[in-house]
Design a protein around this ligand. Structure first.
Ligand SMILES: C[S@@+](CC[C@H](N)C(=O)[O-])C[C@H]1O[C@@H](n2cnc3c(N)ncnc32)[C@H](O)[C@@H]1O
Length: 254
């Protein structure tokens, strides 16, 4: 996708996303995380003025730019998409934000006080390799703050219904805890965000459907159909408990 296409995608979805998230909660996130939830997670992770933050899979870095503006952290965002990083960088002018285009793992060199990963752990089939790299990238006492798409692996029938199913790898909570422990990361805080994210998913389905003519004209019918299909599945899975969403902060043990 070119930079222009990425800008156009963000602009096409904005009215529906603003409506779905509600006042003050939309910050160009490509996820179900409300702005207030990003702030709450950041507070739990100790993100504050001058704290170094590595944001993995930042996308156009809506949450990252929002946290940097609000909290004054020193921010590095990484994403494999050149167009997402280009849009993130142009919108972050004047903020203490840097960006890299990279496929993770491995993570950028150096160590950080906080590693952030919002709404993308599910894209990593091999979570152990990623978590080892996260632990390596943290100072002792550093925090890994992230959201988890929790549940048993998708069945073949579920995979067939989910667009881009090769980026959807759910993990049961106890398995994730074991992987964190093995990587030397100790969970200090955990909260179930399923209800909130189920509400956001449902509101997004309604808002995209209401705005479908406009959106399809800008991004194409096929992409809109995939977007709606994925959001409908998440809405239903979160409502029934087939999948759950958690926010966690885990500390790097010395
Ligand atoms: C759902 S978006 C989340 C963006 C952002 N964290 C947010 O909450 O708004 C997922 C992003 O992860 C990126 N991504 C997926 N797998 C990746 C990988 N292995 N390395 C780097 N970026 C990746 C995609 O390019 C995409 O921009």
């Amino acid at each position: 996708m070119s930079r222009d296409d990425r800008r156009s995608l963000v602009a096409a979805l904005r009215p529906a996303q603003q409506l779905a998230f509600g006042r003050g909660e939309y910050v160009e996130q490509e996820s179900f995380v409300r702005a207030s939830e990003a702030l709450a997670l950041a507070a739990r992770a100790g993100i504050a003025p001058g704290v170094s933050v590595l944001d993995l899979c930042c996308g156009v870095a809506g949450p990252g730019r929002f946290l940097t503006r609000k909290l004054g952290c020193v921010y590095l965002g990484v994403d494999s998409s050149e167009s997402a990083v280009a849009v993130a960088a142009e919108r972050a002018r004047g903020l203490r934000c840097r960006f890299e285009v990279a496929d993770v793992p491995p993570l950028p060199s150096g160590t950080f006080e906080v590693v952030l990963l919002l709404e993308t752990l599910l894209a990593f089939r091999d979570k152990a390799a990623l978590l080892e790299e996260v632990a390596r990238a943290l100072h002792a006492g550093g925090r890994f703050a992230f959201t988890l798409e929790e549940g048993l692996p998708l069945t073949e029938a579920e995979r067939a219904r989910m667009p881009a199913a090769d980026t959807v790898w759910l993990t049961p909570l106890d398995q994730l805890h074991a992987l964190l422990e093995r990587a030397g990361l100790s969970v200090g805080w955990e909260e179930d965000w399923s209800e909130s994210h189920g509400e956001v998913a449902a509101a997004l389905v309604d808002a995209y459907a209401a705005d479908s003519t406009e959106i399809a004209a800008r991004i194409g019918q096929r992409r809109l159909d995939d977007l709606l299909a994925a959001h409908e599945l998440w809405r239903d899975w979160l409502a029934t408990g087939r999948a759950r969403k958690f926010a966690l902060v885990a500390e790097r043990l010395p």
